[in-house]
Design a protein around this ligand. Structure first.
Ligand SMILES: Cc1cc2nc3c(=O)[nH]c(=O)nc-3n(C[C@H](O)[C@H](O)[C@H](O)COP(=O)(O)OP(=O)(O)OC[C@H]3O[C@@H](n4cnc5c(N)ncnc54)[C@H](O)[C@@H]3O)c2cc1C
Length: 545
């Protein structure tokens, strides 16, 4: 019998399993799909000559994450690759805002494209990052409340003009752009980064999220694993197996077995029971765990009531392309970027996000586009490009603002129409793009969920990033910690604090909580026994003296 069972071999599950195995626990990971990785996988399914990441591609959060850093995945075969520039946001007038690794390059780029005042503002925002780093990232990636990192962070905040910094952290990104920049470029870079989460440019905290992603890009880049996203998963699995852990695929967990308020193990779809001596860690979304894998009868009524208020993040449609040549960007700077953001201006980004929030499918979808051969030359033959773009769509479509009448049925017609709409958006900034397409694959919300059941309805972040579902409100109001109402059961997925993205922190927090709880339990059980033994021994010594 293993010490721990981890449900789900996504990055959070695999990081959790590695930490438990490092502590000497026997760990089994049960994964419902036929391969591990969750939303960190790649394949040659679009065209045999091209590697495509099926879901995620760029891993600044992994590169900055103390949890993943501590695993030393380089020793297990992981190598990172970077595009010449991190990110580009082309404008309709042919100018382009570009994010590089290094503050000097960014200030120089902004100065030449948008003027000296915006370069100075970027320098100020970069200085703030320098002042708060690395405590900000540590505070985010440790369990809530981040006691040690938080104390250090508070000291930094005081030094960095605390009240004004706190105000900055609450700003909507639109407001930040108005306050700091005179031209559109830098604000668009930050707003596009904020839209990696389901935040409106007018949302509280969207400036901080956009700034965090941009500053990480400036500091560590947005790297991709050499060979494809699956190389990151492979390194995590190799490391786990080297420590004695194992991953079992095609093993869908249908129940967490609970007796007397404690998780004893799980049951899989084939009817088998798997007992765990010490803990069960669930790398699945909170609504999959509570009320589904764990019956409501084992949970307090309040959890059920809170879960009714759980909010998913936006749904997603992704298109992968095999291209016979590079994308013919009007703005030449976009050709060197790993990621390209496609949206004409801040108003278009705001309209898009508001339309998603109100159930209307945008006519002009803001899209994130990845140029993977530019980032990692081995992904496709020289001179070609392995590319993708995704956009968000409402979880429930009430109306289509385009002319295709897409309803969310996602049949062949709707799937093709949505892909066309994303391609139209690329064509606006790269006329002639379509002529370079050799093959394409469209992943609609049901297809995403079919390949990873944790992407419920096409949501990619395990629940909204909005402040009302962060920290102590994630996934439901509570402690913000991975412990659940069931003893020995821990929430290890991106539904837990600190949320979506490939950083492994949710898994690491869950693993550490399990280890701590076991130590405490062992302490409670063993301490009285040890004390009695000591008393006995000292009594015997006394007799012999
Ligand atoms: C299209 C897309 C693009 C993205 N781009 C990026 C990006 O570039 N950078 C970034 O940092 N993040 C990105 N993300 C987000 C990131 O991939 C996720 O936040 C991250 O994968 C979450 O990790 P996880 O381990 O919590 O869940 P997942 O990666 O979803 O893994 C969960 C695993 O659990 C398994 N599972 C679920 N239910 C069961 C069950 N009952 N029994 C057994 N196994 C089960 C699933 O099959 C899956 O393997 C993207 C996501 C998507 C979908």
């Amino acid at each position: 019998m293993p010490d721990a069972i981890v449900i789900g071999a996504g990055p959070n599950g695999l990081v959790a399993a590695n930490i438990l195995a490092d502590a000497g626990w026997q760990v089994e990971v049960l994964e419902s799909q036929s391969e591990p990785g969750g939303a960190v996988r790649s394949d040659r399914g679009v065209h045999p000559g091209y590697v495509h990441d099926v879901f995620s591609s760029f891993y600044p959060l992994a590169a900055a994450s103390p949890a993943i850093g501590a695993l030393d995945l380089g020793a297990h075969g992981l190598r990172w690759s970077h595009a010449p520039t991190v990110l580009a946001h082309p404008l309709p007038d042919g100018r382009c805002a570009t994010l590089h690794r290094g503050v000097t390059a960014n200030c120089a780029g902004l100065e030449s494209a948008f003027g000296g005042a915006d370069a100075e503002a970027w320098q100020r925002l970069s200085q703030l990052w320098e002042d708060l780093d690395p405590h900000l990232v540590r505070s985010l990636f440790t369990p809530f409340p981040p006691v040690r990192a938080g104390v250090a962070m508070a000291a930094r905040l005081r030094a960095a003009d605390g009240l004004r910094t706190l105000r900055f952290l609450t700003l909507p990104v639109r407001r930040l752009a108005q306050e700091e920049f005179t031209e559109p470029g830098a604000g668009l870079l930050l707003a596009g980064c904020a839209l990696h989460a389901d935040l409106l440019p007018e949302s509280v905290g969207s400036a901080a999220f956009g700034w965090l992603m941009a500053m990480l890009g400036q500091q560590v880049g947005w790297p991709a694993p050499v060979g494809g996203a699956a190389a990151l998963t492979a390194a995590l699995v190799r490391r786990l197996e080297a420590s004695g852990g194992s991953v079992h695929c095609d093993a869908r967990v249908v129940e967490v077995v609970v007796r007397g308020g404690r998780a004893l193990g799980v049951r899989t779809a084939d009817g088998q029971s798997h007992r765990a001596r010490r803990a069960v860690l669930a790398d699945v979304p909170a609504p999959t765990l509570y009320g589904a894998l764990v019956g409501w009868e084992h949970l307090p009524p309040r959890t059920r009531a809170d879960l009714r208020r759980f909010q998913w993040d936006f749904s997603t449609v992704k298109v992968d392309w095999a291209l016979e040549g590079p994308i013919p960007w009007t703005a030449p700077e976009a050709a060197a970027a790993g990621t390209v953001h496609l949206g004409a201006d801040l108003d278009e980004l705001s309209d898009y996000a508001l339309q998603l929030s109100t159930g209307r499918l945008p006519r002009r979808p803001f899209a994130l586009l990845g140029q993977m051969t530019t980032t990692d030359p081995g992904r496709s033959p020289a001179g070609t490009e392995s590319a993708w773009a995704y956009t968000h769509v409402p979880q429930v479509i009430r109306d289509d603002l385009g002319d295709a009448g897409i309803t969310g049925r996602w049949d062949t017609r709707e799937t093709e129409a949505m892909a066309e709409r994303i391609e139209d958006q690329v064509e606006r900034f790269a006329p002639g793009f379509r002529d370079r397409i050799v093959a394409r694959r469209v992943l609609t919300p049901p297809l995403l969920e079919e390949r990873d059941p944790s992407l419920v309805g096409g949501a990619i972040n395990g629940g909204t990033t909005a402040p009302h579902q962060q920290l102590v409100f994630r996934p439901v109001p509570g402690t913000g910690r991975p412990e659940t109402p069931v003893a020995g059961l821990y929430l290890a997925s991106s539904s837990a604090h600190p949320g979506g993205g490939v950083h492994g922190a949710c898994g690491a927090n869950a693993a550490r909580a399990a280890l701590r709880s076991h130590r405490l339990l062992a302490g409670r059980v063993l301490a009285p026994g040890l004390a009695a033994a000591q008393r006995l021994l000292s009594g015997r010594r006394g007799q012999h003296e």
